[in-house]
Design a protein around this ligand. Structure first.
Ligand SMILES: NC(=O)c1ccc[n+]([C@@H]2O[C@H](COP(=O)([O-])OP(=O)(O)OC[C@H]3O[C@@H](n4cnc5c(N)ncnc54)[C@H](O)[C@@H]3O)[C@@H](O)[C@H]2O)c1
Length: 361
């Protein structure tokens, strides 16, 4: 059984639930700098080994894995500290929000032989798993193009103290999900262009960076994809639309995975058309706390996948290289928003002396 420590107990709540329900982990300690949050989680889960000092968790030699759920701009430093203390790392998305420390983290992984896994939760939802399986089994044929979006009325998020800081960008916090999907199916995106804006709702709230964005991508083999995010406006009824969605359009079929609705639609190469929903048991597994935030089932799926990979010696994906590749693409998207021009991912990587070869699996 792996001994786990969790840093940051907002979204880290889902990981607490996942670990406490998993036969593969023993939760050893949780940490949040806010003592009130620690106490709230202690009461919620009847789990009292908490600390407000990350150093204390790092110094515990019994802890094998640290899972990180602090604000985006702190991930790089928190991952670095965990590696320096010889821990395996699970880091929530976005892995980091700037490539400045990417090489240092890659070097640390090599020196310590510890594993870093990006907790890209949306890959671990039921419709995403099913869509991937169908695609890998060849039910749809070769991918022509992919579209993904994450649109949500996340105005509630703006009450978090870090959401109105200059460092916070929906580009990283929100679009990291659909951009990861694009790269999962089309890893070799080489160029991107897009437009973004701050909506009036975002301006009134005091948001510093874009909350509404549309992008198109071009891959090295000429294929194209598109992605969008909108975070401060209303959404349609879920029967008609989906907050997060991935559409694969392939040579012999097409499929769409809709996330929070747990809905999957597919036309496969036999011509059969299906729409699949999952029942109550699955819904309860994913949405343990009521409502649709903190969907702990995804976290349980990825925690256990990481444990299995550690045991078998296989790499758990997205690993650090794939995570950094996605951050490079996000950074190229950010540059395109600022310049109004198409941006090549290789140019961004060059600026940090990183190369696509260094990041290939
Ligand atoms: N689906 C997903 O995978 C998903 C969903 C939501 C959030 N997230 C990610 O989780 C991270 C946290 O988001 P959140 O919504 O939980 O934010 P949050 O503000 O609710 O929680 C962050 C917590 O980290 C604590 N913290 C900050 N700095 C700390 C430090 N130095 N040491 C110890 N504790 C510290 C804060 O006190 C706070 O309780 C973000 O990176 C976000 O992108 C992922």
């Amino acid at each position: 059984m792996l001994k786990l420590g969790i840093l940051g107990l907002g979204e880290g709540r889902s990981t607490m639930s996942a670990a406490l329900n998993s036969a593969k982990y023993e939760l050893k300690m949780v940490c949040d700098m806010n003592i009130e949050v620690c106490k709230q989680r202690a009461e919620e889960f009847n789990f009292h080994q908490y600390t407000t000092s990350y150093q204390k968790m790092l110094d515990d030699p019994k802890i094998d894995v640290i899972a990180i759920y602090t604000p985006d701009h702190l991930h790089a430093e928190h991952v670095k500290q965990a590696l320096l203390h010889n821990k395996h790392v699970i880091c929530t998305k976005p892995f980091i929000d700037d490539l400045a420390q990417a090489q240092e983290l890659l070097d640390l992984v090599e020196q310590t032989c510890k594993k870093v896994f990006v907790g890209q939760s949306s890959r671990f939802f039921e419709p995403a798993k099913r869509q991937r399986k169908d695609y890998e089994e060849g039910l749809l044929g070769d991918l022509i193009t992919i579209e993904s979006h994450y649109h949500a009325d996340h105005r509630w998020f703006l009450e978090k103290p870090w959401a109105l800081e200059q460092a916070f960008k929906w580009l990283y916090g929100g679009l990291s999900h659909p951009v990861d999907f694009i790269r999962w199916y089309m890893p070799n995106v080489e160029e991107v262009m897009g437009y973004g804006m701050i909506s009036n709702n975002g301006k009134v709230a005091g948001l510093k960076n874009e909350d509404t964005m549309h992008f198109i991508f071009k891959a090295t083999d000429g294929r194209i994809a598109r992605v969008s995010g909108a975070y401060t406006g209303y959404t349609q009824p879920t029967q008609r639309d989906s907050g997060m969605s991935v559409i694969l359009r392939c040579a012999e079929g097409a499929s769409q995975a809709d996330y929070h609705e747990l809905r999957y639609a597919v036309t496969d190469k036999t011509g059969e058309e299906k729409i699949i929903y999952w029942g109550d048991k699955t819904l309860k597994y994913y949405f343990r706390f009521g409502g649709q935030s903190h969907h702990a089932g995804e976290y349980q799926n990825y925690l256990e996948y990481f444990a299995d990979c550690l045991e078998s010696g296989e790499t758990a994906f997205p690993d650090i290289k794939e995570g950094i590749g996605t951050v490079a693409l996000l950074q190229a998207m950010d540059r395109s928003l600022k310049t109004g021009q198409p941006v090549k991912v290789a140019d961004i990587l060059d600026e940090y002396q990183l190369s696509p070869e260094k990041l290939s699996a």
